[in-house]
Design a protein around this ligand. Sequence first.
Ligand code: TMP
Length: 236
Amino acid sequence: MQKKEFLYEGKAKRVYRTDDPACYIVEYKDTTTAFDGLKKEDLVNKGVLNNSIASLFFAMLHNEGIPTHFVKKLSEREMLVRALQIIPIEVIVRNVAAGSLAKRLGLTEGTPLNSTVLELNLKNDALHDPMLNQYHVQTLGLASAQELARMEELSLRTNELLQSYLKKRQIILVDFKLEFGRFKGEILLGDEISPDTCRFWDAGSGEKLDKDRFRRDLGGVTDAYAEVLRRLLEVK
Ligand code: TMP
């Protein structure tokens, strides 16, 4: 597989074409951002850790029947993926009240949610990723009703799989964000699953093992990401 021209740069990743039009190479950067890019720092090795962590999650989900864009890990920072047409919707799944949900609904962070909460946000930093419902998705023509239903189904199944996978590793899956895209008439899970896009709490101490360490200036960001990777590799 040959790396061809640079295609797109996001906040945490770069995307390149390959000699196969159906595949892209994603390169994970050390750049870490929060608050729609307002807070930004390069954290040494963060991209390497996230590439490894996301590769393990995608491989597990693939084995459990979730269609994802992941093909294989190519190098420390590179992953080969299917060339998706990205749907600009962020699907957020929540098991425990935290972050913007805790703020919006006046819940104490850490309150378990009685039932899983699924939210849709428009992927648009300039508008601060506003929340969408199915009517907004329809009127903006972002996805068909059928596609949205499939995205929601895959998100809830991914939640079940990730929750039990992480529980075995003493990690509570508080919430996470997923993105999807179209590929040959199918909806595939795309983007990344990593401590940048999830909230992971240590099951014993409640210690944060995710990007909230960066957002809230708690320090030890990459140490926490490395601890997540260590636990994923430790339990087979
Ligand atoms: P929130 O509580 O800030 O809405 O975040 C919910 C989850 O989604 C959390 O695990 C972090 C993740 N997330 C992203 O990956 N990208 C984003 O742009 C936002 C706002 C949240």
